[in-house]
Design a protein around this ligand. Sequence first.
Ligand SMILES: [Zn+2]
Length: 160
Amino acid sequence: MNLRIGHGVDIHRLEAGRKCVIGGVEIESPVGPVAHSDGDVLVHALMDAILGAQGEPDIGVKFPNNDNKYSGASSILLLELVWKEALKRGYVLVNADMSVVCEVPKINPSSAAMKENLARVLNVASDRIGLKATTAEKLGSLGRGEGIFASATVLLEKKD
Ligand SMILES: [Zn+2]
């Protein structure tokens, strides 16, 4: 089997009054990520894991901050682009496992919807998508609710 592992992380500052989209799900939240795109921290980490598994440059190179085309962009649509390219190269997803760390918002009430979203885009059953959420135990800037962090690991298999 031609297996490739990939890993990605992402972090965004959180500010009051901003829209909060995580895993393609808009969450009712007093704070949201500061970002050029919709700031979907989970999808950003996942895209970097998928790109990393293929030895491709990261999303900062692929979708530059200074390109107005990506201003306010839906990260789920960017994930669709990234995944379409991976499929073209012959990759399928074996599984993905992800973690989100933040004090606010609460992730768990929306995690099933996030998993469904990601599974749909990546053409797999949702049991191939792992998603956990935890807090930073009030430690440091994440613990003060100033930001949100996500980490993703993927296993791809190249079919040829
Ligand atoms: Zn990001």
